[in-house]
Design a protein. Structure first.
Length: 293
């Protein structure tokens, strides 16, 4: 007689508390934030190179995070949350696995948090409930004056955001996901309009006037940057022609200046008789200080 097949024992289902669901959600949100920071860190590394070289499959990670979020959302809508022990274990393992794949330097996370905290200190209304209306632009026709006041207030926020974060170029799509701009209604249009206000104030320039996808913010003038670079070069005894990579490795605030601006600064200093611009065989430019200026 054939041996009777053993019946599969159903996986035990357990009632999960609201606190456990909330704990998993917080961990999920934390990983999503880390993923965003990872993207930014990778983009920063390749800012002046051609083509990104992101070392992990971010699309795959995004799908896995979305799947967990969808599962938790579905379960949380029920009166009593019942999750199979196996599923709960798999969720926790998956979250741990994703976290191990998203390796973020502590300095990157710290910089993000500190920058936002500094921004809030200068503009505390951004987190005050009574100013929630500021995240919607007033009607440009019915309330033209209010709209202009709104633009001025937000243009100062973006200006300070760039200055505090030490960013010289802001990308409209990136700002969409950044606090506090992620709370703006009609984000693309609103952020572009605010950036345009900075351009109108002559402290911003569109990198492409037609597409208007990125804006260069001048929270310091090129004259100020020129003086800082000159002081740094003299203090560090830079007698040989200064290469671009030396600027990048300086650790100073001007280290991430766009290459185009560095070229303009070097040419400006040359015109003032403070040095000489020298082109390398590779087509790059260097700057040799004139000790007798």
């Amino acid at each position: 007689m054939d041996r009777q097949k053993a019946k599969e024992v159903p996986k035990e289902e357990i009632a999960v508390s609201d606190e456990k669901i909330e704990e998993l959600r917080k961990e999920l949100e934390s990983l999503k934030k880390k993923k965003e920071l990872k993207v930014k860190a990778e983009q920063q590394k390749v800012k002046e190179k051609e083509g990104p070289t992101i070392s992990i499959d971010l699309d795959n990670i995004e799908k896995r995070l979305d799947a967990i979020e969808e599962f938790l959302e579905e379960k949380s809508q029920k009166t009593e949350v019942l999750i199979k022990t196996k599923d709960l274990d798999e969720i926790e393992k998956e979250l741990q696995s994703i976290e191990s794949e998203i390796v973020i330097e502590p300095k990157v996370i710290e910089k993000e948090l500190i920058s936002y905290e500094k921004l809030i200190k200068e503009h505390p209304w951004l987190e005050e409930a009574r100013y929630e209306y500021m995240f919607s632009a007033p009607d440009t026709k019915k309330n033209a004056k209010d709209y202009q006041s709104w633009l001025i207030e937000w243009s100062q926020v973006i200006y300070d955001y760039a200055r505090i974060s030490i960013l010289h170029v802001l990308y409209i799509r990136k700002l969409n996901a950044e606090k506090p701009f992620s709370k703006l209604r009609n984000r693309d249009g609103a952020i572009a309009a605010i950036a345009q206000k900075l351009v109108d104030q002559n402290i911003g320039v569109w990198l492409n006037k037609k597409k208007k996808e990125a804006v260069r913010i001048y929270w310091k003038t090129l004259d100020e940057w020129a003086e800082e670079i000159l002081d740094w070069a003299q203090e560090n005894g830079k007698l040989e022609p200064i290469l671009t990579f030396e600027i990048r490795e300086s650790g100073e605030l001007f280290a991430e200046l766009p290459k185009r601006d560095l070229t303009r600064i070097f040419k400006k200093l040359e015109k003032e008789g403070k040095g000489e611009v020298i082109k390398t065989d590779e087509g790059d430019i260097t700057f040799k200080i004139n000790l007798n200026y």
